[in-house]
Design a binder for this molecule. Structure first.
Ligand code: ZN
Length: 410
């Protein structure tokens, strides 16, 4: 039976969200956390964007070193040949990419202003796909942007052309969050049966159904005989109302009534990293986690009413579907209420040594400490907020990689 995989797009859809962004070090930490959770693939950035090149190369290097393994790192670009060529100029060793192009009549008329026919769309995609494969890519996903507003017969034609030219997957983008669980089930199943390659489900939350649609679409793809790749973002951060939340979608696929019995994961996931990952993304994006967020919200395991409190104390399963321990919660959160020494772009060696000493990191000599401190200063310039422990430990452990991450040369 076909299986279910997670493909996280926080480092692409998440960071292109209005008013939000991540530094290159923060994007790297996101990849590390996704790998720890067991996410199959991270859409780790934009290889046609000059300022991403060093970051993308540094992360591919981390993959080659075994640090970012087994997660697969994949770049997103438009399905046009110049973008493919630019990608391989900036990041020659990238092995996995997704090519995106609009397929709906709305976009053909509204975005391309009628200058492109459906045939033009297919041939642009095929040309880009062939160019990418000529560069030795291992996998190429093809994205149908606004698929949910695209006529099905054209989507099938588009998908078949992609398959014929070697695409690994077809991404069904519900770009505007227009689908509901019933319609996306039908669409994904039809595509799986008619095109015959694995289907990605890319769902947005404009109507509050991103998680439900992801599940229904995955069910459709698997019932149609193909693997399903659900696209998610951490804390659901993404364009407008956001994407399917990673943790909520994992919980929904594994804990909801009977779903996990039939629709199984292609690889195990470790939810004990959920709390740490969600908190980091919240801090790095500067967006609080809603208190009623599934699994990671402040109220997700809070009970005050008499009947509920009594019930949960007698047996947690009375009022909780899953335990907080499963999500890596339960450790007290230590917040400094007295003197605090934190990292900054103007930090000096004394404060820095104090911070690193608390993390039990020691240096060979003063020169090495100065070198790491200099990298920490630069990381602070980019992030404009104190670094978290994991970031400081990363910099101390991988100074050369950090140097590459922090390189911006316009
Ligand atoms: Zn999107």
């Amino acid at each position: 039976m076909a299986k279910l995989y997670f493909l996280d797009v926080t480092n692409r859809d998440g960071v292109q969200t209005a008013n939000l962004g991540l530094s290159k070090l923060e994007k790297t930490m996101v990849n590390i956390y996704l790998n720890e959770i067991g996410v199959f693939q991270s859409e780790f950035g934009f290889p046609t964007t000059r300022h991403e090149a060093y970051y993308l190369q540094a992360n591919l290097e981390l993959a080659a070193m075994g640090v970012l393994q087994p997660i697969r790192l994949e770049g997103w670009l438009r399905a046009v040949v110049p973008d493919v060529e630019r990608t391989f100029k900036f990041v020659p060793n990238i092995k996995h990419i997704n090519l995106s192009i609009s397929t709906s009549d709305q976009m053909l008329q509204g975005k391309f202003k009628g200058t492109k026919t459906q045939e033009d769309i297919v041939s642009m995609m095929v040309d880009a796909l062939e160019a990418a494969r000529a560069h030795g890519t291992e996998t190429v996903g093809v994205n149908a942007e606004d698929a949910s507003r695209t006529e099905m017969h054209f989507l099938i034609k588009f998908g078949l052309a992609a398959k014929e030219h070697g695409a690994s997957r077809l991404r069904y983008c519900d770009t505007l969050g227009y689908d509901n669980p019933f319609t996306i089930y039908d669409s994904a199943r039809t595509l799986a049966e008619s095109v015959g390659i694995p289907i990605e489900l890319h769902c947005h939350g404009d109507l509050g159904m991103a998680v439900a649609n992801s599940l229904a679409g995955a069910k459709g793809a698997i019932d149609g005989g193909q693997d399903a790749y659900i696209n998610t973002t951490i804390n659901g951060i993404g364009e407008r109302a956001g994407n399917a939340d990673l943790i909520a979608t994992i919980l929904a696929t594994t804990k909801s009534k009977t779903f996990g019995d039939k629709y199984q994961l292609g690889q195990p996931l470790d939810l004990t990293k959920a709390w740490k990952t969600s908190k980091f993304a919240s801090y790095a994006f500067g967006v609080p986690i809603p208190i009623n967020q599934p699994g990671v919200g402040a109220n997700a395991f809070a009970h005050s009413s008499g009947i509920h409190a009594d019930g949960v104390l007698k047996d947690p399963e009375n009022y909780e579907l899953y335990s907080f321990e499963e999500l890596g919660r339960g450790e007290p959160d230590l917040v400094e209420t007295g003197r605090e020494i934190c990292s900054g772009q103007y930090s000096g060696i004394s404060g820095f040594s104090h911070i690193m000493g608390q993390l039990e990191v020691s240096f060979d000599d003063g020169r090495q400490a100065e070198e790491i401190l200099e990298l920490v200063r630069y990381a602070n310039v980019e992030a404009q907020r104190p670094l978290v422990e994991d970031e400081l430990l990363f910099i101390a452990k991988y100074p050369e990689i950090t140097k590459t991450l922090l390189t911006l040369s316009p």
